[in-house]
Design a binder for this molecule. Structure first.
Ligand SMILES: [Zn+2]
Length: 272
């Protein structure tokens, strides 16, 4: 019996997730676009910068009072209180930057905020170790790999690409090279880039148009991808692989002898 993890939630062979930083004013328009096309995003916010408007030092930010409703159905995530380089701060400040951002964002979101992205994309081993100690579950870098593999370590979650390269990679995403994996298309950027350097909204609209509405893609937030990955890793198999217990609250889809099999949440499933 050949068992492999080949599907995401709902038996979808592929997944797409979007990741946007800093909470600029242009997020209003970006979220509207994602909602129109059924695409899910994660928004990494600096709690102290919300409401701020001192352009051009900082592009105008979204209003704190709007954040909960705006990002509904998407994910709110940490980006530190002050958008600081986490390699350069002492331990006290580190805890403040991460945990106080988490707390402030949880007050807005109304759910545990569990992930983040690195301000400026900066991190090192110490930063990662500190985040592990603080139980941060993932953190996105800015190191695009132009590929579709899942991360080895979610605290160095390298994205597929910046949104400027996303359109060009759709055909590669659909190539047979990625038939046997669980390919994840992970796009990152800042929504102000669509306005501040000339009108580039067509870049993201064209991408959304071409990648949306497909039965073979799970449109998910960053944390939904992490949760599903954890559910797959936490499956408990019997020694002879004839049974599997899924202790998570997520149904997992396996590929068994080239057939999709659902392993329901909280249940033991016989595989023979
Ligand atoms: Zn940033």
């Amino acid at each position: 019996m050949l068992i492999s993890a080949k599907y995401f939630t709902g038996k979808k062979p592929k997944a797409l997730t979007m990741s946007y930083d800093d909470g600029p004013f242009e997020d209003y328009r970006l979220v509207e676009l994602f909602n129109k096309y059924g695409i899910k995003g994660t928004f990494h916010l600096n709690s102290r910068y919300l409401d701020r408007d001192d352009y051009p030092a900082q592009p105008e930010k979204i209003k704190m009072a709007d954040a909960k409703k705006l990002y509904e159905g998407h994910e709110i995530s940490v980006h530190t209180v002050n958008h600081c380089d986490l390699r350069a701060v002492n331990n006290n400040r580190f805890i403040h930057e991460v945990m106080d951002d988490k707390k402030a964002l949880e007050d807005i979101a109304g759910y545990p905020v569990r992930g983040m992205s690195y301000p400026y994309g900066y991190y090192n081993d110490d930063v990662i170790n500190h985040l592990r100690y603080l139980d941060m579950e993932y953190s996105r870098t800015t190191k695009s790999h132009k590929s579709f593999y899942m991360p080895d370590d979610f605290l160095t979650w390298h994205p597929t690409c910046h949104h400027n390269d996303a359109l060009d990679l759709i055909s590669y995403f659909d190539s047979s090279r990625w038939n046997m994996e669980m390919p994840l298309f992970y796009v990152w950027g800042h929504s102000y880039e669509f306005s501040r350097f000339g009108d580039k909204w067509h870049v993201i609209e064209e991408f959304c148009k071409r990648i949306s509405g497909r039965d073979d893609i799970w449109y998910a937030t960053n944390i939904q991808i992490k949760d599903y990955s954890d559910a797959v890793k936490n499956l408990k198999f019997s020694a002879d692989d004839s049974m599997v217990y899924n202790p998570s609250c997520t149904d997992v889809w396996l590929d068994i002898d080239r057939e999709p099999v659902m392993v329901p949440a909280g249940k033991i499933t016989n595989l023979k």
